[in-house]
Ligand binder design. Sequence first.
Ligand SMILES: Nc1ncnc2c1ncn2[C@@H]1O[C@H](COP(=O)(O)OP(=O)(O)OP(=O)(O)O)[C@@H](O)[C@H]1O
Ligand SMILES: [Mg+2]
Length: 292
Amino acid sequence: MTTRTLRVGQPWRVFVVMLAVIFVSETLIMLMLPRVLPEDVNWFTESVLDAWLLTLTVAPIFWVLLVRPLRVLAEFRTEMLAQTIAAQENERRRIARDLHDEVGQSLTSLLIGLRTVVDSQTLESSRSRAEELREVTANVLDDIKRLARGLRPSVLDDIGLTPALERLVQDFSRTHGIEVSLDTHGLAGTRFVETIEVTVYRLVQESLTNIAKHAEAQNAHVSIQRHGEQLRVEVQDDGRGFAAVPIKQLMSEGHMGLTGMQERAALLGGTLVIESKPGQGTKVMATLPLMN
Ligand SMILES: Nc1ncnc2c1ncn2[C@@H]1O[C@H](COP(=O)(O)OP(=O)(O)OP(=O)(O)O)[C@@H](O)[C@H]1O
Ligand SMILES: [Mg+2]
């Protein structure tokens, strides 16, 4: 599965090519026209013919270089806007589900526990119940912190991409009991623009979540490598893998994770490729350009 990437020429290149096209076309017309026209043609007719020929020559080139890419860009923006709104809705659904499943469950047991404290006959038993409930409360606090971290990776602002990923991987390993190694190259002491850091963080986060939900894996490996002006993000697991599914089908069935990752990569002009086969694990590979 690969992303659809948008290719629009660099503006200054398009500008230079257009100037060159006008210059060359007009020079050729000015050289050729007097030779092919009869001697007695007046200057007005010659100028109109010149203008017509120039317009006819440059119109298709302008169409290809300017109008078509602009139309593609407009369509791309509309599509991206729709996908961003869908991704936002999906994020809200996820938050609602996490609040219900994690915080809601723990608070319910806290509530039930408090009732048993109230009903306790002896001071001893109410003390031991209170001790248990302290633990439940600590878990709720952890859940809320984890949720907050998931909503806005403020850890990125505070400590940067590499430590934030280390923390994410550690949290994940502890919560799900899956061994995850993290390997970074060319990131030391570098801060990337916010969009790059958030995208990398979200790609790794969603890939790990998928591993916990679907992979039944023992081990996973996260690798972030900088190669010149490119950042390569890879998340691999040794789990059960899956067969290729068309994106449309995933979306219609309400699976938003993989498509969301593709959108995030495409928004930065990057690509996302997923390699997976049943029984052979899964590898998510994103390439993001650092200069845009
Ligand atoms: N690492 C993986 N190992 C095995 N199967 C996977 C893995 N990642 C994704 N899948 C398969 O691809 C499907 C689509 O994943 P996707 O992340 O788009 O949706 P989801 O995880 O089911 O739901 P969500 O919208 O909450 O992310 C999953 O339902 C699962 O069958
Ligand atoms: Mg998912």
